[in-house]
Write a protein that binds this ligand. Structure first.
Ligand SMILES: [Zn+2]
Length: 217
């Protein structure tokens, strides 16, 4: 596996100690403080659909910004290691802020099998695995994506919600998990996460929290 020799966000040459992002860029990533507030704007994106304990996002997405470059590399440049690193960094960041969680398990929003074959990995799952490594919580794939959803980008908010309804199913039942952390790459409207949450709760998950790499808007 070859790793980039230049920082993914500023193109500076990396030292042998740095991985993918230089220390300066890493220290200046636009982190959110959403984990400190409950409820926060992420909860409201999911409100009325499910009871959510913690709703957190590592980074603030902005168009043309550093986070967009990272997500692009993660999704389109065959860079699963970046997902794991982002998970590790977020986990260490949360621990450094004194956050204490009682998650039993971490799971990720699944990709449709055809997309998974094409990409080679699920970018949300590698993030969840890195996060689990840092927080010392096991990761397991608990959901399957039953059909391919059309691209969400040209849809209205109402269409997005209908588009993902009943797309997700539990990989096994019952899911006797007390407190599950569900992770995704980006939260925009919350429609995809809400559909996953409904499937997980119907399968027996008692308490749910969500964490994403980034929040947009
Ligand atoms: Zn840099």
């Amino acid at each position: 596996m070859l790793f980039p020799h230049c920082c993914l966000t500023c193109n500076a040459a990396l030292t042998s100690q740095e991985q993918q992002v230089c220390v300066t860029c890493q220290a200046n990533l636009p982190t959110t403080d959403l984990h400190q507030y409950q409820p926060n704007p992420l909860h409201y994106k999911l409100s009325g659909k499910a009871e959510i304990m913690h709703a957190m996002a590592y980074l603030q997405f902005s168009k043309g910004g550093k986070v967009q470059r990272l997500l692009h590399s993660l999704k389109y440049h065959h860079n699963p290691e970046l997902g794991r690193l982002l998970g590790l960094w977020y986990g260490h960041y949360l621990r450094g802020q004194g956050c204490q969680f009682d998650f039993d398990l971490i799971t990720a929003v699944p990709l449709h099998p055809s997309k998974l074959r094409k990409r080679g990995y699920n970018q949300s799952a590698v993030f969840g695995q890195g996060l689990g490594e840092a927080l010392q919580i096991p990761f397991e794939e608990l959901l399957i994506r039953q059909r391919h959803t059309e691209s969400q980008t040209r849809k209205t908010q109402a269409e997005r919600w209908t588009n993902v309804a009943e797309v997700f199913a539990p990989a096994r039942t019952p899911l006797s998990v007390k407190h599950l952390l569900l992770v995704d790459d980006v939260i925009t409207t919350g429609a995809t996460l809400s559909a996953c949450i409904q499937a997980l709760q119907a399968a027996g998950v008692m308490r749910l929290s969500i964490a994403t790499i980034a929040t947009a808007g």
